[in-house]
Design a binder for this molecule. Structure first.
Ligand code: ADP
Ligand code: MG
Length: 240
């Protein structure tokens, strides 16, 4: 689905005042594309993903999924749209220590009340897509950091979302494993026609992105020529 973030401003309470985490941010992300969001710590990257995930309602501005404004829907309808349409791989989405890789995925289907035989086939298919079939029966402690990250990505795809939101997927990984995870996201985005928006602090891997958006103090800065972005990467961001 197409994600439109339209002139979003988000503030948080900060003592007597309000802290502006997002300041008139607009962006569009299309199916089959990977959008990278970069910027220093505290610049609003995670907040932007939470707004895109419809987990936080902004103070002003709109979030449209395929032209539909979820803020117009009831709470239940929003939750349903989120569950069915959005895959979320956030830094806080930890794996459960006692479950195997396969079971981490099956939990999602179980919660959704789905047919578990079909879910098992889909989960094995997803573990195949992230290269983890031999690790299906391993618990998190038996997996490497890169493998754990692959499980969280596979789990984020269990509800067959069309919008995939990923927060710093490479932050705990060395360069080589980080690159592999980004290659995987690129491949999944193309193969499954996902609209993928990924936050990364890592400027090294941006060549794989279709668009790079830089946030500074909650504002979008369109990247200038000569910035640390590979040729061919276009900043499509707009700001007011
Ligand atoms: P980033 O992901 O780029 O590090 P965040 O979106 O997490 O940035 O945070 C942007 C700003 O909003 C920061 O100044 C942060 O301290 C503040 N912030 C984030 N979440 C909250 C919250 N729940 N309550 C208050 N302030 C918050
Ligand atoms: Mg963050």
């Amino acid at each position: 689905m197409t994600l439109h973030i339209d002139d979003v401003t988000l503030t948080y309470p900060d003592g007597e005042q309000r802290l502006t985490a997002l300041d008139h941010v607009s962006l569009t992300a299309e199916p089959g594309t990977l959008t990278a969001i970069v910027g220093p710590s505290g610049s609003g990257k995670s907040s932007l993903l939470a707004v895109a995930a419809t987990l936080i309602t902004p103070d002003s501005g709109r979030v449209l999924l395929n032209g539909r404004d979820l803020a117009q829907l009831s709470r239940t309808e929003t939750a349903k749209a989120r569950r069915e349409g959005i895959g979320i791989v956030f830094q806080t989405s930890n794996l459960l220590a006692s479950l195997t890789a396969l079971d981490q995925l099956l939990v999602i289907a179980h919660i959704a009340g789905r047919d578990m035989d079909a879910a098992r086939i889909q989960a094995m298919d997803l573990l195949g897509a992230v290269g983890l079939v031999p690790q299906a029966d391993k618990r998190p402690s038996q997996l490497s950091g890169g493998q754990r990250q692959r499980v969280t990505i596979a789990r984020g795809l269990m509800n067959q979302p069309s919008l995939l939101l990923v927060d710093e997927p490479t932050s705990a990984l060395d360069r080589h494993r980080g690159e592999a995870v980004l290659d995987l996201l690129r491949e999944l985005t193309t193969d499954r026609n996902l609209t993928t928006v990924m936050v990364t602090h890592d400027h090294e891997h941006l060549a794989t992105a279709d668009a790079v958006i830089e946030l500074t103090d909650g504002r979008i800065a369109t990247l200038a020529d000569g910035d640390a972005v590979e040729p061919g990467v276009v900043a499509i961001a707009s700001t007011r």
